[in-house]
Design a protein around this ligand. Structure first.
Ligand SMILES: *Cc1c(COP(=O)(O)O)cnc(C)c1O
Length: 248
């Protein structure tokens, strides 16, 4: 079985190839390790492998990891605390967040990628201000329109982003989506292009707080090439690095 290190290198090479093919600088695209269901030891091993790989490329930025559930975030937080405090690791919440879990989540994350309603944004902003911090957030958009997916509707995403950008306690850093679940590459790609155009419109608006909203978190193990072609700045990889997850 290939090691974590080998798998990570393979995924990184796929991202680099896609970036080159699109005429982009591969350094513009960061990997986020989607660590759901992985135990803390495996997460630490993956962080070490990612740190080595990045160093071999002259990249000494933090390693990005993402969790989907507050319960898992809280369980793994002690193992990650030193690395986060040292700025070696950034932890993003990439799953659906219930409002009653905000206080539990806040101390364990550096950012949240799944703001999809003004109510959630307002609740987060209030808690972040109370905690004396500015939380990095992205607006999640449901570009595929699939009912099973969370995310703001594309037509409403721009207004939501402007709302978020104006709130104390939140720092809008960009936009996130989960690609359409289909073999139709053109459809998947059109969804990613949609997210990019939403981002471009919001940044071009010049509204306060939107200038730094440049991140596009899109693409996973199966569709990262298409996402990079459409401008992804963060691709979120789970199975490509860790292997298949147990089905629950
Ligand atoms: C699990 C997950 C990923 C990674 O998916 P893989 O197909 O395993 O690479 C990315 N984004 C989100 C939101 C996820 O839940």
């Amino acid at each position: 079985m290939p090691s974590l290190h080998d798998r990570l290198a393979t995924v990184r090479a796929r991202v680099d190839d896609a970036a080159h093919a699109a005429g982009r600088d591969p350094g513009e695209v960061r990997l986020l390790l989607a660590t759901k269901t992985q135990d803390a030891g495996t997460v630490l091993a993956a962080i070490a492998a990612a740190t080595d790989l990045a160093a071999s490329r002259g990249d000494d930025g933090p390693v990005l990891i993402g969790e989907n559930r507050v319960q898992e975030l809280v369980a793994k937080a002690p193992a990650l605390a030193d690395l986060v405090a040292a700025g070696r690791v950034e932890v993003h919440m990439i799953g659906n967040l219930q409002r009653n879990k905000i206080n539990q989540m806040l101390p364990t994350v550096t950012g949240l990628e799944t703001v999809d309603t003004t109510a959630l944004a307002d609740a987060l902003a209030l808690r972040a201000v109370r905690a004396g911090r500015a939380l990095d957030v992205m607006v999640q958009v449901n570009v595929s329109g699939e009912e099973s997916k969370s995310g703001a509707e594309p037509a409403q995403a721009g207004a939501l982003a402007l709302h978020v950008a104006a709130l104390d306690g939140l720092q809008l850093t960009g936009f996130m989506t989960i690609g359409a679940r289909t073999d139709d590459e053109a459809a998947v790609r059109a969804g990613f292009a949609r997210l990019r155009s939403i981002r471009d419109d919001v940044v071009a608006s010049g509204a306060p707080g939107t200038g730094g909203a440049r991140e596009l978190s899109m693409g996973m193990s199966g569709d990262l090439g298409l996402a990079v072609a459409e401008g992804a700045t963060i691709v979120r990889v789970g199975t490509g690095v860790f292997g298949a997850r147990p089905t629950v």
